[in-house]
Design a protein around this ligand. Sequence first.
Ligand SMILES: [Zn+2]
Length: 174
Amino acid sequence: MDKCIKCDCECMGNTKFGLIFCDICYRFCPNNPEQVDEYIQDKVDGKVLEPFRKFSRTRGQEQKRGMIKKASQGELMSRAPFGYCIENGKLIPAQNFREIEEIFEEFLQDKMTLNKLAKKHNLSVNGLKKILTNFTYIGKIKFNNQIFDGSHQPIVSSIFFNRVQDKLEKIKKK
Ligand SMILES: [Zn+2]
């Protein structure tokens, strides 16, 4: 935990001009370096800021929820992943979605390799790996490095998806 230089609260600090500030003090910190000294010396009791902090946190969470909702509907995606398209700002299975199903199924066949499968579907090995590890296909979305439930229709069952991840892990170990 860091300590805010202005209000002394324990917090996850934000850095500005090499100084640590809490969310609130950071927000009001002047952009002019010459004013920063004065700003810091004007101490605030971190406890007084507590109610503001609470509000600031919920607002942050609401913003995040909004972003997640947008992401889950494909609104933040510049391009829909292979097998999906974006219609009216929403992610929906595209006409070629069966090819994604096929790719997952075929990869699980006994002697199937990444190379063979990539060639068959005209993909690069890396492109294929991206498809095989894309959580979008099981109806989830990755946002901020976390996985959330999306509001779009899955193309692949999570059982298949997990088996594919197992096989990928095994390949990696070899
Ligand atoms: Zn502070």
